[in-house]
Design a protein around this ligand. Structure first.
Ligand code: MG
Length: 259
């Protein structure tokens, strides 16, 4: 099932993506399904008539895994760590599909990083890898936008990874998906830059949930970005970046100058 969040008449609304006589629709839900369950209102709207928003706004955190693909670790001049390398992005960095990534004046090297994003469905801690599936609400597409120059300059990654608009998520959450072997591709200006598979992850999704929840309580709506394949590179103002994950869809954003 695909769950989207979209701009409603007043507040954002949630809905289930479906099909009505060959036309993609959204079956409108009452409330946020993370907290209210799947409560269909009966109202349906054509998907093309709505503006999709980030399918989840993390109430507390976006947890990220660094260097989780062998060839990406190598292109960054490092080795794969023995344990998952974890960092955070602030929830204020999240934007939705079609929203602009704002290129900050403090950086002159802003990179895309296409990643599978895990959406946590319930409060949990110390979850074993075998039980990870029980706490996962679904999966979406993420772009771990990174100011590569500031990442090197600062010695830690909070500023480089934490600018407003540096965490595009979307276009929706797929709730039924095996994350173990999915194609992850990133295109910049229509040219393929990243072409990996989640089967190349050093630490699998269940491994990551076990590791993170061993030291940090996870809350409904928390997002885990699971690392990026090789092929990262710079984006320029005016560029369009598409991240596609097999079985989910394509997340598209344009880069604009931060005013
Ligand atoms: Mg990353």
């Amino acid at each position: 099932m695909r769950i989207a969040r979209f701009a409603g008449d007043d507040d954002p609304q949630f809905g289930v993506i479906g099909d009505e006589d060959g036309v993609a629709t959204i079956g409108v839900l009452r409330g946020d399904p993370l907290y209210a369950g799947l409560d269909l209102s009966g109202q349906k709207v054509p998907l093309d008539d709505v503006r999709l928003l980030a399918p989840v706004i993390p109430r507390s955190k976006v947890v990220c895994v660094g260097k989780n693909y062998l060839r990406h670790a190598a292109e960054m001049g490092g080795e794969v760590p023995d344990e998952p390398l974890i960092f955070l992005k602030p929830n204020t960095s999240v934007i939705g599909p079609g929203e602009p990534i704002l290129y900050p004046g403090q950086s002159s090297e802003v990179h895309y990083e296409g990643e599978l994003a895990v959406v946590i469905g319930r409060i949990c801690r110390e979850i074993s890898a075998a039980d990870a599936e029980k706490v996962i609400f679904g999966y979406t597409v993420g772009n771990d936008v990174t100011a590569r120059d500031l990442q090197a300059k600062d010695g830690q990654w909070t500023r480089a990874k934490g600018f407003d608009t540096f965490c595009p998520l979307g276009p929706w959450i797929e709730t039924s998906l095996d994350p173990s072997d999915l194609a992850v591709t990133t295109m910049l200006q229509g040219e393929t830059k990243q072409d990996g598979r989640t089967s190349d992850m050093v630490f699998s999704v269940p491994d990551i949930v076990e590791y993170v929840s061993s030291f940090m309580t996870l809350l409904p709506g928390d997002v885990i970005l699971t690392g990026t394949p090789d092929g990262v590179g710079p984006m320029e103002v005016g560029d369009t970046v598409d991240v596609t994950i097999e079985g989910i869809g394509t997340l598209t954003n344009r880069v604009l100058a931060r005013g």
